[in-house]
Write a protein that binds this ligand. Sequence first.
Ligand SMILES: Cc1cc2nc3c(=O)[nH]c(=O)nc-3n(C[C@H](O)[C@H](O)[C@H](O)COP(=O)(O)O)c2cc1C
Length: 238
Amino acid sequence: MYSSPTTSSKSFRIGIICGSQRKPRVGDQITDFVYEILKLHSSSIRNTITLEFDYIDIGALSLPFYDEPGIPSKITSAEGYTHEHTRVWSRRVAALDAFVFVTPQYNWGVPGGLKNAIDLLYNEWKGKPAIIVSYGGHGGGKAAASLKLCLAGGIDMQIGDRMVVNLSFPNREVLYKAAKGEQLGLSATKDGGIWSSERKRISSACDEMVGMLMAQGAAKVALHASQKFNRIRLAFQK
Ligand SMILES: Cc1cc2nc3c(=O)[nH]c(=O)nc-3n(C[C@H](O)[C@H](O)[C@H](O)COP(=O)(O)O)c2cc1C
């Protein structure tokens, strides 16, 4: 059975996922932008909490389209998968506490490669907090809504009100640049550029995610304590 990689500790491992695998693409620039903001923000939050990041580029995973015979929700360890590539993916996701999905909007949905990577697993994602950062002409809100339905509704991941951020290309010129994969000049530190005023929404999403991780850790500690207490009580009753 999968267990959470971190229980009572205040060190959390965050998977930051670049959902676009197009060539050319701007998904990598936007994921880097989000990643830099999270790194800066995490160094400014309470010094008792550490966030470590695993940068996951869906394109670099080279996962084949769904080729497992089993149903992932019935599989409880990496060994339960038939293919080694799924086992490797399973172990990588199982080792993480929470995720940041950075996704473009393609025809009102998320890219097929991202959906495929999500669908290959289930229990490795289940119950964990997830931030969604979408982008597109109108912020990719349709893709974010569909991804939220899949993650929160289908897989029972935890997505709070502040944990969905839609980034709109400010004008057609930027949209055309993005389509060609050109540099958008994003900066996690300099003011005045594209989405500089959206940075605090990404930091706020991070705060809500950390709050969830802390609450989950506290709940696990309480559960372990009550299980230990019950074991001692039963031992005395014998
Ligand atoms: C297959 C495809 C479908 C798209 N559909 C939408 C869409 O529904 N809404 C939108 O605002 N932009 C849409 N776009 C434009 C993308 O927002 C833009 O090309 C962006 O650069 C895609 O992100 P990427 O470069 O990381 O792949 C679409 C682009 C592609 C390639």
